[in-house]
Design a protein around this ligand. Structure first.
Ligand code: ZN
Length: 154
């Protein structure tokens, strides 16, 4: 990866880590879940409001963790608004691939712009322990939409 690109990615992660977007509790959520990454100590509560067509109308999170886990949750909340639950699940699968495989493919049924935004976190590929930090928010989103209540990355 080019150095200036890596630097830009680092800046985005630090910015979202320090100033997380959509932080807090939305009032009328209809899905929620707790996520926990014991490897790093990251914890997250996600709140989702979906409408009758399964479109995410609002989303927020609370929690504590390393810069990567907070930045990932912050970015995810920005991306999820307006997406259907199915689109969110597809993005999760593609993002997970991006974080774990060098030869990850770009599925054609996934929002390309959203995936590009998530690329700032793809550097975790080189640090397997960090993959769980980067994907915790998405695992928690998956638990929330399936009303599982709680997930652990272990
Ligand atoms: Zn972490």
């Amino acid at each position: 990866m080019m150095d200036d690109l890596r630097e830009l990615y680092q800046e985005v992660i630090l910015d979202h880590g320090k100033h997380p977007r959509n932080y807090g509790t939305i009032e009328d959520y209809n899905h929620t879940a707790h996520g926990h990454n014991p490897m790093c100590g990251d914890t997250l509560v996600l709140y989702l409001k979906t409408d009758a067509d399964d479109v995410v109308r609002d989303v927020s999170f609370k929690g504590q963790g390393c810069a990567i886990s907070v930045a990932s949750a912050s970015l995810m909340t920005e991306i999820l608004k307006g997406k259907t639950v199915t689109e969110a699940e597809r993005l999760f699968a593609a993002f997970h691939d991006m974080c774990t495989r060098d030869d990850a493919e770009r599925p054609s049924d996934v929002d390309e712009e959203a995936l590009e935004r998530l690329e700032v976190l793809s550097g975790v590929r080189e640090f397997p322990v960090r993959v769980k930090c980067a994907t915790l928010a998405w695992h928690t989103m998956d638990a929330a939409v399936h009303d599982k209540g709680e997930i652990s990355t272990e």
